[in-house]
Write a protein that binds this ligand. Sequence first.
Ligand SMILES: [Zn+2]
Length: 302
Amino acid sequence: MPELPEVETVVRTLRPRIVGGMIAGVRLERPDILDPIGTDLPGHLRGRVITAVERRGKRIVITLDDCNRFYIHLGMTGRLTVEPINAPLQSHTHLILEVFVGSALADETVPERTTAGSRKIPSAKADPTEISSANSFHVRFRDPRRFGGIWWLGRETSPNDRMGPEPLSLRATQLARQLAKTRRAVKTALLDQTLIAGLGNIYVDESLFAAGVHPLTPANRLTTIQIAALNRAIKHILRKAILHRGSTLRDYRDANGESGGFQLRHKVYDRADQPCRACKAPIQRIVLGGRSTHFCPKCQGR
Ligand SMILES: [Zn+2]
C-alpha cells in the first residue's frame, strides 16, 4: 500500500506537470469511487485550472482556481499517472482528466517563476476552443481493488479531517502525547492515522527497527529515550525513502509510471527468516491486528 513516501513521490512527480494546467475534459467511469456519492465531479472540474497539488497524510490534495479542493487516496493498488492521450486505456481506470497546459508553459523546460517564486498560471478563463491536443495529456486514476477513491471537499471541508500530525514535522513531545493516549502495541498505534498521519506497515516496521523498539511494546509504556529515538528514526526512514522515491513491492508507481527503489534498502520489512543486517539473527514475522509485522528479536528486545 502506498504510504507517506510513495504518496509524496506521486505528488512531487505530478505537481510540475499539472499545476497551471486547465482541466479540459473529465471522464468518470465509476461514480461509486466518489465521496460524497452523487457529487457532480465533472461539472465541478471542467474548465478549472489546477493551482496546487499537496500531500496530507496519504492523501493527494488538489486545489482548483475557484478554491474548491478534492483529494485522491490510492488505497492498496491505486495509481495516479500522467499519460499521453492516445495511450491505451488499462482496465480499472476509474477517472480520466484531460489536462491542457497553455503553450507558454508547455514550451518551457524550466517553469517560469515570478520574483515571489510562485508558479505562473494561465488565465482561468482559457478559451476551450484554443485547446490543441499537442498541449494536452491525461491524468488517469486506476485502482483495481478499489480501496482508494476520490473525496470532494469543496471550499469549506478541511483535508485534515480526523488526521493526526505529520511525522516529518513532529516533535518528540508531540509523539509522546499521541502515544500516551493508547495502551495498544506501538506498532498498531503508529498505523492509526488519527494519531500520526501517513505511516503504514512498511515504514512503521523499519522505524521501530531503527529505534530498537519492540513492536509489541504498549504505546503508553515507551520511555522518553525510546520516544526520542523513535521520533528520529521515523523522520530518518521517511526522508531516506522519499530520496529513493518510495518502495515498490507490487503496484506502486509514481506519476510518471516509474517504480521506487527503497524496497532494496528495507532492513526488516518483508525479510522474514533472513539474517538481521545488524546482528545476523533471523528476522521474525508475526501478525498483529491482521497486519504482518517484521522485527529483529535481538536488536528490538522487550
Ligand atoms: Zn538484529
